[in-house]
Design a protein around this ligand. Structure first.
Ligand SMILES: *Cc1c(COP(=O)(O)O)cnc(C)c1O
Length: 351
């Protein structure tokens, strides 16, 4: 073996869902089936060569201001990044620097352990219950920080604000990060708690509820000291993380609240209808407050259903992970897409 090989940072990377380069029914990466707000397209049309020629605003003020107005905070409460994956990664680097382990659920977004590994952060995975629920009191012990997703992924389970506050209140010596990628589909955001708790950072994304996964915009809201610390780290790596295009069009997705609420409510309706149909077919699952369902069927292994759906060009997500390896995670698409899913499942399972 060449000597230099021992100095390579060895990591086991996160594996994102497939992005097949042909037209399929794509219910595997929780994208929104509806286009972004009409204002986004209009802003894109105004996007000119100067936008490309110049460096973007490193402070991202235009976008931070729109977000601050919407969430009733100030721009110095807002950090923006290249998708919430970037925001979370910067947050891990900025806040998790203790010798004590950070804590997160054993069943959750699998990127958390990847960031912890790549940044050499010690961590402990706390088992969720039989029902996949997180127990708040499991997190009341010495640690180097806490992160959890609410609603959690891929379980789709939401916990209310009191639950979140209990965890934050019992961890005031460390930073608590709440990953709210799916909060708009039926939960109440913990942003309102960030004024009361200076150790709380709430992270959200434009990728799901705002139909902008391709543009890569995520943001964090917290007290100005946390935001400044994250910006110091960001400016120590790359000042221009947000491309001009994202800064230019991102705000338009936030300003059109009527459109946002309409598409979110369509997805919620389709979710409830689909879950009923699946239950009639004998599927079981969690009570989803997200834009996906987490389900299993006792008559057929999830891995088999997954493969058979794929043969019919319907892509859903399957995790070969202990504890959840008999479950499927199915993104909520349009009503038509979900009809096609149901029809395919009926064929596969011989109903
Ligand atoms: C989708 C997702 C993210 C990341 O989304 P971005 O596209 O990077 O903003 C973060 N956390 C959870 C739990 C997610 O499901």
């Amino acid at each position: 073996m060449q000597a230099w090989k021992k100095n390579i940072r060895k990591v086991v990377p996160y594996v994102p869902g497939e992005q097949p380069q042909r037209k399929v029914i794509k219910l595997n990466t929780n994208e929104n089936p509806y286009p972004p707000a009409p204002g986004v397209k209009m802003a894109l049309e105004e996007f000119n060569e100067d936008c490309l020629r110049l460096y973007p605003d490193p402070d991202c003020m235009k976008l931070r201001t729109v977000l601050a107005d919407y969430y009733k905070v100030t721009p110095d409460n807002v950090f923006v990044g290249v998708g919430s994956d970037d925001v979370l990664s910067v947050a891990f680097m900025t806040f998790f620097n203790s010798d004590k382990p950070i804590l997160f659920p054993d069943i959750t977004y699998s990127f958390y352990s990847v960031w912890a590994d790549v940044y050499r952060i010690p961590y402990e995975k706390i088992p969720v219950g039989e029902d996949f629920k997180i127990t708040a009191s499991d997190y009341y012990k010495e640690n180097g920080g806490v992160i959890f997703a609410n609603p959690n992924a891929p379980t789709a389970i939401y916990e209310n604000l009191e639950f979140v506050e209990e965890i934050v209140k019992n961890n005031q010596d460390v930073i608590v990060i709440v990953d709210e990628a799916y909060i708009d589909f039926g939960g109440e955001s913990a942003i309102s708690l960030t004024e009361k708790y200076d150790n709380l950072l709430v992270v959200q994304t434009f990728s799901k509820s705002r139909s902008m996964a391709g543009t890569r915009i995520g943001f964090a809201i917290g007290n100005p000291e946390l935001i400044k610390a994250m910006n110091d780290v960001k400016f120590s790596i790359n000042s221009y993380t947000m491309n001009q295009n994202s800064l230019y069009i991102g705000g338009e997705a936030v300003k059109d609240d009527a459109y946002f609420k309409e598409t979110v409510s369509k997805i919620v309706n389709t979710r409830e209808k689909t879950m009923l149909r699946l239950k009639e077919m004998g599927f079981e699952g969690t009570d989803s407050k997200t834009n996906f369902l987490f389900v299993k069927h006792n008559a057929m292994r999830a891995s088999e259903i997954f493969e058979k759906l794929k043969e019919k060009d319907i892509f859903v997500r399957y995790f070969k992970t202990a504890g959840i390896d008999n479950y499927l995670r199915i993104t909520i698409g349009t009503d038509e897409e979900m009809e096609m899913l149901i029809k395919a499942l009926e064929e596969i399972m011989n109903f």
